[in-house]
Design a protein around this ligand. Structure first.
Ligand code: SAH
Length: 255
């Protein structure tokens, strides 16, 4: 069986308990070496075969999976963050389906959650933003025209950009083209939850310059929006005058 596992954003103790158990039991681990913390590999049992997929093609990854399966062994395919975001899991699963090899998927903590935690930020602030756009700048990998950054920016909601920290000039230009003002709060979070995590608070107008000054070109997320720094409304959920499924409103007039 093949187990796809989300490794979490970096800190080794941010893998899930289920993911850690699967790692400990695996006969083979194929990990995304560019971003998965190698400290996680210390959980591997003795004799576990370990492959770094950063240097492998899809075909080579599938060859290892097929060989392990034929020998009745369990393989963990360890992806960074949560595998459902920019994880290239679908193409692996489709090929496994064709080969009749069973698999399952264990979620992980995505780096966009790690980045919010690094900033003590809440993406969905009442009265400010109730949506999060997770996207990327078009680069060597294209983005559908309808999802261009300038179009996405028109929503003026909380945004998180993956895979875009090497294109800061273009990102900044697209965000401004989409209608963000230069003083909209922004942040660059480099290696969220790793020991060498770096948090750079800036604005849409200073994004490219601040990134350049700090030497950021990879392994970073770009966060944009007023959720980073603005007034907001109290949540209804914890408002004394608001009745929920679990709590009756306290009578009005009581302060
Ligand atoms: N599936 C992953 C994303 C993989 S795409 C997830 O859920 O996080 C790789 C991109 O993710 C990187 O280019 C970078 O933009 C971002 N990324 C991954 N880990 C990161 C981290 N710890 N800190 C900041 N950005 C990270």
């Amino acid at each position: 069986m093949i187990h796809f596992v989300g490794a979490g954003p970096g800190a080794p103790d941010l893998i899930t308990l289920r993911g850690a158990n699967l790692l400990r039991q695996a006969d083979c681990i194929i990990y995304a070496g560019s971003l998965v913390n190698p400290a996680l590999l210390e959980m591997a049992k003795e004799g576990c075969e370990i492959h770094n997929s950063a240097t492998m093609t899809l075909e080579e990854v599938l060859d290892v999976m097929r060989r392990m399966e034929a020998a009745g062994k369990d393989t963990v395919r360890l992806h960074t963050g949560d595998a459902s975001l920019f994880g290239a899991i679908r193409e692996q699963m489709d090929e496994l389906d064709k080969m009749g090899i069973a698999y399952d998927d264990t979620p992980g903590v995505s780096s966009f959650c790690g980045a919010a935690a690094a900033l003590n930020a809440e993406y969905t602030l009442p009265g400010v933003s109730q949506s999060v756009i997770i996207t990327r700048m078009a680069g060597r990998t294209p983005v559908p025209e309808k999802e261009s950054l300038a179009l996405m920016a028109q929503h003026q909601t909380s945004m998180v950009l993956f895979l875009s920290s090497g294109l800061l000039e273009q990102v900044q230009a697209e965000l401004l083209k989409g209608g963000y003002s230069t003083d909209t709060p922004a942040a660059i979070v480099y290696k969220a939850t790793w020991e060498d995590e770096k948090v750079i608070r800036c604005t849409v107008g200073t994004l490219a310059q601040r990134g350049k000054e700090e030497g950021i070109c990879k392994t970073a997320l770009l966060l944009i929006g007023n959720f980073l720094d603005s007034a907001y409304e109290r949540s209804r959920l914890y408002d004394p005058t608001f009745t929920t499924e679990f709590r009756q409103a306290q009578s009005a007039g009581k302060e």
